[in-house]
Design a protein around this ligand. Structure first.
Ligand SMILES: [Zn+2]
Length: 361
């Protein structure tokens, strides 16, 4: 399963963009894919489609879908993730009234091999590791779609199990999108990238903003002289700590994150199988998003600023401040080839261009 390398280096575009800055990022998208963006926006005024985003856990599905929706037409697109949907169901279960509503919806809409009462009690008692029966997921997804009127759908996390791949083939008809196109968007990210994303993840204990110590720091890094360690300071302007005037909430690692991908190996294996199965499907157009590319040939395909850098820190005693050292981040892909990992924006450019292509615009 080899994903093609997409060229985002564009003739005539020589300006360097700071992709961390929302304004510059918008200008970047315009100069690299302006034509396709205009075509897609026009298309979305009258048409809808369904896109299934399939990638391993932590492969950036949510990031790409949100970025694309923002660029195209947030009001025309509904993005939802099966993970979020299930978390919402968990909340409904904790509230008496909402739980009754959920029960009666599912009682009317669930169809499957297991008796409904048993399925519902499995839902109540489930642990985060157990997968819910596909028939139940389908009923929940249907509810989600009817809540959103008729919009273009970006679905992230469905199909989630092997039997759901065949459901997804007829899903468009099931939910009344018969005339619309459905597209599979497959994402390929080396496991080493996922591993480091988890290992270096830091979260604000007050507002839950998530960043990465090594790959996506905040604008403020501080140094704890006693413990001799650097740490990120939350810079989310709507963080309660920030708003109350107290500066400097230290972002922390979540328990277990230091283990990286070790605890989710099984999930990643299943995700890989899902991608492989979708990869070999006939009759449904596919888009391939590739996160990494070999260091050796990178210069031909992408610009320097499109590559994910890694950050290191040094304490400058004389200036009494943290010095930030930035350099290209080199990882090994799943075949062991020294590679760069792309930032989300260039991957989204390839998504926009392939989408315009698939829709024949
Ligand atoms: Zn915060």
């Amino acid at each position: 399963m080899k994903f093609p390398i997409f060229k985002t280096k564009t003739k005539g575009v020589t300006k360097k963009f700071n992709l961390a800055d929302p304004k510059e990022r918008a200008a970047y998208f315009q100069s690299k894919a302006g034509l396709e963006i205009a075509k897609l926006r026009k298309y979305l005024r009258r048409n809808t489609f369904i896109a299934y985003f399939l990638g391993k856990k932590n492969s950036g599905k949510g990031t790409y879908t949100k970025m694309l929706a923002e660029i195209l037409a947030p009001e025309k697109i509904s993005h939802f993730s099966i993970g979020d949907m299930i978390r919402e169901v968990d909340e409904e279960l904790r509230n008496k009234k909402r739980k009754r509503e959920l029960y009666s919806f599912l009682e009317r809409n669930y169809r499957g091999w297991l008796p409904f009462k048993r399925v519902f009690s499995a839902l109540e008692k489930r642990s985060t590791k157990t997968l819910l029966p596909s028939e139940l997921i389908l009923a929940l997804v249907k509810r989600e779609i009817f809540r959103r009127k008729k919009k273009t759908l970006f679905i992230d996390g469905f199909p989630r199990d092997l039997d759901q791949v065949s459901y997804s083939l007829f899903f468009r008809d099931l939910i009344g999108y018969r005339e619309d196109l459905d597209i599979f968007v497959l994402i390929d990210v080396p496991e080493s990238v996922i591993d480091e994303r988890i290992k270096w993840r830091r979260v604000c204990p007050r507002c839950q903003t998530s960043r990465n110590f090594k790959l996506l720091p905040t604008s403020k890094i501080d140094y704890d002289r006693r413990k001799k360690e650097f740490y990120l300071v939350c810079d989310n302007p709507s963080c309660p700590a920030y708003l109350s005037g107290r500066q400097g909430v230290r972002m922390i690692a979540k328990e277990g994150d230091e283990l990286g991908i070790a605890p989710i190996k099984e999930r990643l294996k299943l995700d890989e199988k899902l991608i492989r199965q979708a990869f070999s499907l006939y009759g449904i157009p596919k888009i391939f998003l590739r996160n990494s590319l070999p260091v050796k040939i990178a210069k031909k395909f992408v610009d320097d600023y499109e590559i994910t850098p890694e950050y290191n820190y040094q304490w400058d005693k004389e200036e009494n401040e943290v010095r930030i050292i930035e350099k290209p981040w080199i990882i090994r892909d799943d075949e062991g080839v020294p590679s760069y990992s792309l930032l989300a924006a260039p991957v989204t450019v390839s998504l926009i261009k392939q989408m315009a292509d698939v829709l024949e615009l």
